[in-house]
Design a protein around this ligand. Structure first.
Ligand SMILES: [Zn+2]
Length: 219
């Protein structure tokens, strides 16, 4: 993910309205293909569904994705790819859309992984990203065969901040990909990830205030 601001005057929703934790791993583990269950359904059935890699420390790897995001403060989209068996980070990426518009953080991480490891066993991997993957990135995750996506900030949150976002949620891409059973977990370190984007927005607004004729710093 990683698009530009579309404007600076959008209403920002309070954090508490945006903090719902979504675990949509049902496609992978609980439900039949095409069935997407929300957190309440999973929680109501007993213990939360752990996804395909129950031993991974999601917060730890999201912090690594946040560190990647900090490399590009105006576009704080960072990602790491983790081996679900060894719990080792095998690739990392951040938004490089100034170089190439398709180089979102997730795409960068996938490309780095493919370049460094030609024999990559993609179904053993999980991808952590500071923001919910856009349709391009979640589709790339599907094509690669990465078993699990974990994200912090949601697409609706970014939209409320005014970031350009294609209005298709990652779970919709998962649901419409019949040849995979990708697990999807959202809301991991959500407030920390949201803070990255709030800071980026604040900086862009200050730049706009200093020079109103200048377009917002977007990429
Ligand atoms: Zn993307």
């Amino acid at each position: 993910m990683g698009m530009a601001f579309k404007g600076m005057n959008q209403h920002i929703m309070p954090e508490h309205q945006l903090g719902r934790r979504n675990f949509i791993g049902a496609v992978a583990v609980v439900g039949t293909a095409g069935t997407v269950l929300g957190a309440s359904a999973l929680m109501g059935a007993g213990a939360p569904n752990p996804g395909p890699f129950p031993r991974l420390n999601h917060a730890r790897f999201m912090r690594a994705a946040i560190e990647q995001a900090k490399k590009v403060s105006k576009m704080p989209f960072g990602a790491v790819i983790v081996d679900g068996t060894s719990a080792q980070i095998v690739a990392a990426g951040h938004n490089r859309s100034q170089e190439n518009p398709t180089f979102h953080g997730e795409m960068d991480a996938i490309n780095q992984c493919a370049a460094a490891r030609p024999q990559t066993d993609w179904p053993k991997l999980a991808l952590y990203t500071t923001a919910e993957p856009c349709p391009m990135c979640q589709s790339a995750i599907e094509w690669a065969g990465v078993a699990m996506t974990v994200y912090g900030t949601s697409i609706p949150f970014l939209q409320r901040l005014g970031w350009w976002q294609i209005d298709i949620r990652a779970h919709e891409v998962v649901r419409r990909t019949p040849f995979r059973r990708t697990a999807l977990l959202g809301g991991v370190l959500e407030q920390e990830c949201n803070a990255l984007f709030l800071v980026a927005l604040s900086r862009a607004q200050r730049a706009l205030t200093r020079n109103p004729k200048r377009r917002p710093e977007t990429s």
